[in-house]
Design a protein around this ligand. Structure first.
Ligand SMILES: NC(=O)c1ccc[n+]([C@@H]2O[C@H](COP(=O)([O-])OP(=O)(O)OC[C@H]3O[C@@H](n4cnc5c(N)ncnc54)[C@H](OP(=O)(O)O)[C@@H]3O)[C@@H](O)[C@H]2O)c1
Length: 353
């Protein structure tokens, strides 16, 4: 079999890393491919779950002696610290790896330093191969580690005329079953799901990740967060059903923002502290408006149904915009048909301070 280029190996490592999405948090997703001196793949691995072996360790175990003198191609700088597992930098040195090619440096001050340790042991280390792709595959983790609060995805469902509920308040169901299944899959990739107390009082949602057909819960459940200034969440609300962990975030616990309601930056900082790297904001429109007005949303995922209501609350309320020049500008990154609906993904453009 012919050899594989470092670039091809990195593409494969990124693919492998993505398999861990949703199960590695608060750790990153990482993929690793080992090449021997001829460029033959001798080991592959990815970080599959929190506390499990790191990608490099899995790949080294597969390669055994064939790793000696070879190249490790890794999506993220190998860690240099002893957490639940030993430092990967030391394992690579012990295995006799001659060269390490990395896509993205590790921004985590606790784990970084792997490159320096490897170089000190005489291993060649290079950065930057397919960095943009690797960055995109790990965007939630990298973003949250660099700035200290979670990557926030605002998800909503609306009719084609932008309504999130009908005049009488009914909103089940705006979108098709396929779209709702898609949302459950999205919940399975985040560490927390956030909703306002208004939504809890109106819809009494469970906010769990589950199979919609038979109700089976996913093995890994995101933390359910209710943003509830005065603690109005009823004792018998479904979010308190014990199916997943729940945090009722009140002003008493988190602190108040300028409007006397829950301080949103403080809420996100606390979530980061609790190990949340990616969070899904599920509304409603008032809470979403507050997060957007504060510039705290990183990605918008809108499920738009081919229905018209002609009345009822808008999908977004009070986002701090009163004139068209101040509209929150988004960059469309994906439009996909899901069942009978459209899923539109867009990124808020950075605004001037
Ligand atoms: N179509 C969709 O995707 C979708 C999704 C969810 C909900 N909904 C619909 O939305 C409706 C409920 O929406 P809603 O706007 O009334 O409620 P909401 O956005 O779920 O919750 C708003 C409440 O959150 C609390 N809150 C705490 N801190 C806040 C802060 N810093 N900024 C803003 N709010 C804060 C406030 O009550 P306190 O001050 O008392 O805490 C506020 O009234 C329902 O009809 C539901 O069906 C639709």
């Amino acid at each position: 079999m012919g050899g594989v280029s470092v670039d091809e190996a990195m593409r494969r490592a990124i693919e492998l890393g993505a398999r861990g999405l949703g199960t590695t948090s608060p750790n990153p997703v990482v993929g690793c491919v080992l090449l021997d001196a001829d460029g033959t793949v001798v080991g592959e691995g990815f970080h599959a779950y929190t506390g499990g072996p790191h990608a490099e360790i899995v790949a080294l175990a597969q390669a055994g002696e064939r790793a000696r003198g070879g190249t490790a191609v890794v999506t993220l700088e190998p860690c240099d610290h002893t957490g639940r597992t030993g430092p990967c930098s030391h394992a690579l040195i012990r295995a006799g790896i001659a060269r390490v090619v990395v896509a993205v440096p590790d921004p985590n001050p606790v784990a970084s330093g792997g490159a320096a340790t490897l170089r000190a042991a005489g291993v060649r280390v290079e950065f930057g191969v397919r960095a943009d792709e690797a960055e995109a595959g790990n965007v939630a983790w990298l973003t949250s580690m660099r700035r200290g609060w979670p990557y926030l995805i605002w998800k909503y469902a609306a009719t084609l005329d932008g309504r999130s509920a009908a005049v009488d308040g009914s909103s089940m169901w705006i979108t098709s079953e396929a779209a709702r299944m898609d949302v459950h899959a999205l919940r399975g990739t985040v560490d927390a799901v956030i909703a306002g107390v208004g939504t809890v009082l109106t819809d009494d949602p469970r906010l769990t990740a589950r199979n919609l057909r038979d109700g089976t819960l996913a093995i890994r459940q995101p933390l359910r967060v209710v943003v509830d200034s005065a603690g109005r969440t009823p004792a018998d609300a479904r979010v308190r059903d014990g199916a997943a962990r729940t945090w009722i975030a009140t002003v008493a616990e988190v602190g108040a923002g300028p409007d006397g309601r829950v301080d949103l930056p403080a809420l996100l900082a606390e979530l980061h502290h609790r190990g949340v790297r990616a969070a899904l904001l599920e509304g409603g429109p008032r809470l979403a408006g507050a997060f957007l007005a504060a510039g705290l949303v990183d990605r918008v995922v809108g499920y738009v149904a081919p229905k018209l209501l002609g009345g009822g609350p808008a999908a977004l309320i009070d986002a701090g915009v009163t004139t068209i020049a101040d509209a929150i500008d988004l960059e469309l990154t994906d439009v996909t048909r899901v069942g009978s609906d459209l899923r539109i993904t867009a990124l808020p453009r950075k605004r001037e301070a």
